[in-house]
Design a protein around this ligand. Sequence first.
Ligand code: SF4
Length: 361
Amino acid sequence: MRGEVRAAAEDRPGVYRMLSTDGEVLYIGKSKRIRTRLMSYFRCAYPEEKGARILREAYAIDWEYTPSEFAALLRELQLIKQLRPRFNVAMKRDDRHYVFIKLTRGAAPKLLVVRGAGGEPATYYGPFLGARRVNEALHELSDALSLRDCAQDQHIVFADQHELFQLTPRTPGCIRLEVKKCLGPCVAACTAAQYQAQVDLARAFLEGTNDGPIAQLRTEMDACAELLNFERAAVLRDKLHRLETLREMFSRMRFAVETLSFTYAVPGHAGDDRVYVIRRGTVRAETPAPRTARDRARLVSMVRDVFDPPERSSGAVPTHEIDELLLLSSWFRRNPRELERTKAPAVLLGARAVAPGVRSA
Ligand code: SF4
């Protein structure tokens, strides 16, 4: 493998794959200098080093070049998602630090905090840092909106489900119904529409279009203060603070997502320059950098196709786009000068305003 790399690999951006004897893709990596990166595998000093561990199982290496480091990042992500190589999965690091808010589906949706955004169909909001803080705030939101927080498989029966043969009285699955923290969809204490209305409010709060839960807590807090019930007012103040923190986190997230909407011109190896059309943190289209008036017209049409369809402004990011959103925000955070290569779509489309938005999951 070393001889092959030395003889054939060039020092330019690209992605590489390590393969086992039976052709399994063990690991996918990227580098802005493929040759240097691959040669470094053969210099691992300690057997426990990542490179040494991969190399012990590898039988072959192959690689492909990309126009730029940015293109290599995108290609690496695409290949990892497609092939899920064993070593990449084991070494996946960033996700552990992030959490997502998940709004489940089903008869009586509920909110919960999860580490990864994937698996079963749901709406995911995030990513956010600080699992404990998000958990506390979500707890307050569920309480304020009387949403359930019990097990996903809790039996649900709404008041408008006419269970003619259900003769035995039901008891709630937990105390939250008694203390008015849950509408009680486990004991037919609410209709499906009543519960759904609260779910819609939660969604609106998370998407920044309704501050109802905050207003409600503030009213309660003011009322307690007026009645000189300062102890209760202080409890409500803390709850309010947690919800405001959550709202703040969402507005920062929305800002980040909406900021990542532009065209991005990336110089490439040997003149292979590209333009990426990025909307809400994901690459929606890519084209060679225009060199003629005709190319430019094609780019404008591409930008129009990407930015014309309205998208809802929200903190909900489709599951399949989250990895790319994380990758792009990390890229521009690490390379802030790259933002100088970006252009607002309105610049290319003339002065026409382009409203940012997001597809719901
Ligand atoms: S009252 Fe019923 S539905 Fe509500 S949280 Fe408790 S068990 Fe779940």
